[in-house]
Design a protein around this ligand. Structure first.
Ligand code: F6R
Length: 366
């Protein structure tokens, strides 16, 4: 049942090319000109009726939502608020019939997310579920559903569900941008072309696990790790940090790289591992200067960079490279080494990878 892998988590990490391909396929036009979401049939009037979109979810699905906020705002130019489901309901959110509520949930059964969805519906919002389980409570409750086609996810730590959620967020951004005409056609086509390469490129990032195994052995017994990045790299840093915490029990913090000097830099001490994501070209120089700040405090820095990067290795201790793609798509690749790092750190520490302590796959209590 684990297909020759020692754990479901490793199997599911390796299933990502297939899961992502399934989630993309039949949703992009043959000529790469548009995203086709037959399940939605939205039009300009429908989208123009929204003055705000909420994306609400828990845990890893929330992290996918953060990327979704970035995509939708950048591409479709509609304001998006992203919230944790257990917080959403208790702050009297401003929701009405001009609100689109998107909930993201692998299982489709998370009670906080379901409750947030019901509350938004009660307040008059239009609702869309992004879920992996056909016929789940959340799928049934929402007005419309876009499924991630990741296949069953068994390991408690979510991996292929996350990458397929990112794909759906990207498809939604492109779909809305196409309808609202908020993006040049050439840019849409360019991103769709890039998207077609992503499954193969995820496969390439999975080809060489040895350096990651080595890092996990070297740093697996540290008690604290920092993840830093800016922009989309920050969203991925949050996910990398959660993965490491939940299965290896190493204390990890994800920090927006520019925020370090507003307090946390004091915690960056000699030999502390810092995973620095530097895949975003638009903020590259700024990220690099934050990396220099942590190096100046003798942190051990593992950089995550695009294959064409020749700069980062001059400033950090190790670099893990992921294949070259558009900076909007690179989170789909950058998260993979972080998943593997969490997995091998847990192995180094002898943790029960598929069933981490105190966690359940589907959280049906609030
Ligand atoms: C982390 C993880 C959890 C879930 C969260 C939401 O690896 O698995 O953080 O992402 O409990 O679950 P779903 O997506 O089923 O609503």
């Amino acid at each position: 049942e684990k297909g020759g892998y020692e754990h479901f988590m490793l199997k599911e990490i390796h299933e990502q090319p297939k899961a992502v391909r399934a989630t993309i396929s039949s949703r992009i036009a043959k000529d790469n000109s548009a995203v086709v979401l037959d399940e939605l049939k939205w039009n300009k009037d429908f989208l123009n009726s929204f003055n705000r979109i909420f994306i609400v979810a828990c845990g890893t699905a929330y992290h996918a939502g953060l990327v979704g906020k970035y995509y939708i705002e950048k591409m479709a130019r509609i304001p998006v608020e992203c919230d944790i489901a257990s917080e959403f309901r208790y702050r009297s959110p401003i929701v009405d019939e001009n609100t689109l509520m998107i909930v993201v949930s692998q299982s489709g059964e998370t009670s906080d997310t379901l409750a947030a969805l019901k509350e938004a519906k009660r307040l008059g919002a239009k609702t869309l579920a992004v879920t992996n389980v056909v016929g789940s409570s959340i799928a049934r409750e929402a007005d419309q559903v876009v499924y991630t086609w990741a296949g069953p996810e068994i390991a408690v730590a979510s991996t292929k569900a996350y990458t397929t959620q990112l794909i759906v967020m990207l498809l939604l951004g492109l779909y809305m941008a196409g309808i609202r005409e908020t993006m040049p056609q050439e840019r849409i086509t360019e991103l769709i072309r890039g998207l077609r390469e992503i499954p193969t490129q995820i496969g390439q990032t999975l080809e060489d696990e040895d350096p990651i195994k080595t890092f996990a052995k070297q740093y697996g017994f540290n008690e604290d790790v920092f993840f830093i990045g800016r922009s989309l790299d920050y969203a991925v840093a949050l996910e990398g940090s959660l993965k490491l915490k939940e299965i290896s029990y190493i204390h990890a913090e994800a920090y927006a790289a520019g925020e370090l000097k507003h307090g946390t830099l004091a915690l960056i001490v000699d030999s502390i591992p810092v995973i620095a994501l530097a895949t975003q070209k638009s903020v590259y120089e700024k990220t690099l200067s934050n990396i220099k700040e942590v190096k100046a405090r003798d942190a051990v820095v593992i950089g995550i960079a695009s294959a064409d990067d020749t700069e980062l290795e001059k400033y950090v201790d190790h670099v893990i490279k992921v294949p070259e793609t558009d900076e909007l798509l690179i989170p789909l690749l950058a998260v993979v080494p972080l998943q593997l790092l969490a997995y091998y750190a847990a192995i180094t520490r002898g943790c029960d990878v598929d069933k981490p302590r105190n966690l359940a796959k589907s959280v049906t209590v609030e």
